[in-house]
Unconditional design. Structure first.
Length: 226
C-alpha cells in the first residue's frame, strides 16, 4: 500500500524540547526541574532552648567582665602612705604593703612602720654629733642596737658608707646576724644617722628573714626621708 504524502512531516508542529523545558540541563529534562527547598520550621521548644543558651552565654560573659573589673580594682596598688614624725621633724614614704605603727617597739623612737611583722622601720631625734662626728656616732648606735635586737651567733658588717638625703648628710651602717639554731633565720639591721644644721635624725631598719627585697625597701625609706 502506497503511503500517502501530504507534504507535511510527521510531528512537524512539535518543538523539542518543549518551551517550558528550554534552558534546563539534560538531567532536568529527564528527572524534572529542581524544586525550591522547603522552609524548615524550627520547633517552638528548640527556639526557646536556643534563646536560653544565648542569654546564659551573654550573662556569663557579663558576669566574668564584672568580676575581672572588680578584681583589677582590688589588686590595684593603693595610694602610697607616708609617716609623719613631728617629734623628729621628718616624714618618709612607705613601700607598698607597709603600714604605719602605733607605738614604736623600742624606747626612744617616735615613729614606726611595719611589714606584716617581717620588717620594721623606726625614726627618732638624735643627739649632737659635733664632737664625735656622724660616722663614729653611727657605729656606736649600730653596736648598741645590734646587741639589743639581733642576738646573733655571728654578726657581720655588710655595708658602711656616708650618704646625703634631701639636704641631710650623715652615715649608714648595716649588719647581718646568723643563728646556729634551726628556728631563727638570718636578720638584717641598718642604722642611719642624718644631720641638717642642729637637727639630727636616727633611722633604724630591721628585717627577719634577711632578704634583698626587704633591704631595698629599707633603703628606699631612707632615701625618701624629708
Amino acid at each position: 500500500m502506497d503511503e500517502q504524502r501530504t507534504g507535511r512531516r510527521p510531528y512537524g508542529d512539535r518543538v523539542w524540547p518543549p518551551p517550558e523545558e528550554q534552558g534546563l540541563p539534560p538531567s532536568a529534562r529527564m528527572y524534572g526541574a529542581p524544586e525550591p527547598p522547603s522552609r524548615v520550621r524550627v520547633p517552638f521548644w528548640l527556639r526557646r532552648a536556643l534563646l536560653f543558651v544565648v542569654a546564659v552565654a551573654a550573662g556569663a560573659a557579663l558576669v566574668a567582665g564584672v568580676v575581672a573589673f572588680i578584681a583589677s580594682r582590688l589588686n590595684a596598688p593603693g595610694p602610697r602612705m607616708n609617716v609623719e614624725d613631728a617629734v623628729a621633724g621628718v616624714s618618709y614614704p612607705l613601700p607598698p604593703g607597709w603600714r604605719p605603727g602605733t607605738v614604736p617597739p623600742v624606747t626612744g623612737f617616735t615613729s614606726a612602720a611595719t611589714l606584716d611583722g617581717a620588717a620594721l622601720i623606726m625614726t627618732r631625734p638624735g643627739g649632737s654629733v659635733a664632737v664625735s662626728g656622724p660616722r663614729a656616732a653611727t657605729l656606736d648606735l649600730t653596736d648598741l642596737y645590734g646587741r639589743l635586737l639581733l642576738h646573733g651567733d655571728t654578726v657581720d658588717v655588710v655595708d658602711d658608707r656616708s650618704l646625703t638625703v634631701a639636704g641631710y648628710s650623715g652615715h649608714s651602717r648595716a649588719l647581718r646576724a646568723s643563728y646556729t639554731d634551726v628556728v631563727n633565720q638570718p636578720s638584717y639591721l641598718r642604722v642611719t644617722l642624718l644631720t641638717k644644721g642642729d637637727r639630727t635624725v636616727v633611722v633604724l631598719g630591721l628585717a627577719q628573714p634577711d632578704d634583698p627585697k626587704r633591704r631595698a625597701e629599707i633603703d628606699a625609706v631612707v632615701r625618701g626621708l624629708r
